[in-house]
Structures are given as structure tokens and as C-alpha cells.
Design a protein around this ligand. Sequence first.
Ligand code: ADP
Ligand code: MG
Length: 188
Amino acid sequence: MALVTISGFPCSGKTTRAKQLKEYFESRLSSPEYDGPELTVVIVDDDISHVPRSSYDTSALEKPARASLFSNVSRSLGSDTITIVDSANYIKGYRYQMYCAAREARVRVATIHVVAPPDKCGGWHEKRGECSYKPATFDNLIMRYEEPSSMVRWDSPLFTIPWDEQPPFEDIWNAILKGDKKPPPAAV
Ligand code: ADP
Ligand code: MG
């Protein structure tokens, strides 16, 4: 039914937002007002794709890691699921690839840009301790980050969520469920 792509710096709050979104979607799906098809909300992340943090240390490790995440995402797409991809998703071309898979599966899309300044992410990263990135990897992921843009079709509709603001849950729900538009036709 839908693919929601979360994107952001390392330790910017992506997993936090992914969980909040899942909870929100599930509450809407189980509310008495909901009269649509039965849907399951699935989070696909690095952990379930067996992608350790160290995969981001070199591009040689990162390539197969991204491929593993991508195949998990592709498998999850379908008319009865809302798939939330919780990963850095910082490469434009990679988000484009997921968008094409979503079109092929005839599901709606939305992109969530989780925004926090680098020093804030760095502070959270230090506090988190376990499962952390190497300092050089952390800096690299911030430096190489390719910001989503609402001007390109594969990132839109785009919802930008600053770390200190409440996400526009209802707008995101409307974008993927009710949709102002019909689901896109399959890619040719
Ligand atoms: P990511 O998935 O991007 O690595 P997480 O959601 O795991 O980020 O968050 C990393 C750390 O930052 C967590 O320990 C969390 O408590 C903290 N954190 C994330 N977002 C916020 C926020 N908006 N306000 C305060 N702390 C936050
Ligand atoms: Mg995370």
C-alpha cells in the first residue's frame, strides 16, 4: 500500500520517528473510523537486514549492506503493508531505486527527512554508547548526506521534521492512505 522512507544524519532520531509513525499508523488502522483494507505496518531497518554499523566504514562494505536492505524493502512492499524504511537513506540514487521499486509494486510513497544539527546528533551519538559508529564514519555520513528534495519526484511528497517539532502525523497518513492522488501507475 505504501512505502515511507526515513532519511537523516546518523543518530538524528530516525528510529525514534519510525517507531512513532508506526504507532500512529496502527492507531489509525485500529480506530473505528477506519474503513479501508486491513494493513500491516512493517519497519525495515539495518538490524533486520543484518547490516551492522560498521558496514558504513567503507564503500566496499556499504554496497552489499545497501543491497540487503533494498531486497528486504522490495520483499515487504505490497498492497497489504505500509513499509517504513528506517535507515540513513542518504544517497539520492538509492532513494530513487526504492521509489522505482515502489512504483513497480504500485504502492504510494512518502519521504520523511528527520532533521537535527550535526552537533546534536554527535551529542546523542556519544550518549548512546553501544552500537555506535566510528568517529570518522559518523563524520563521513554527515558530509556525504544528500538531502531529500521535494522538487524531485522520488522524494515527494516530502515531510521535513525538525528534531524539536511534532511530526505532522495526520498529513503523512493522508498522503499515503487517502492520497490526494491515485496510486502511481506501474513503471514502464
Ligand atoms: P537514529 O535512528 O537516527 O540513529 P535514534 O532515533 O536511535 O537515531 O536516536 C538516537 C539517540 O538520540 C537516542 O538515544 C534518542 O534518545 C536521542 N534522540 C533522538 N531524537 C531525539 C529528539 N527529537 N529529542 C531528544 N533526543 C532525541
Ligand atoms: Mg536508527
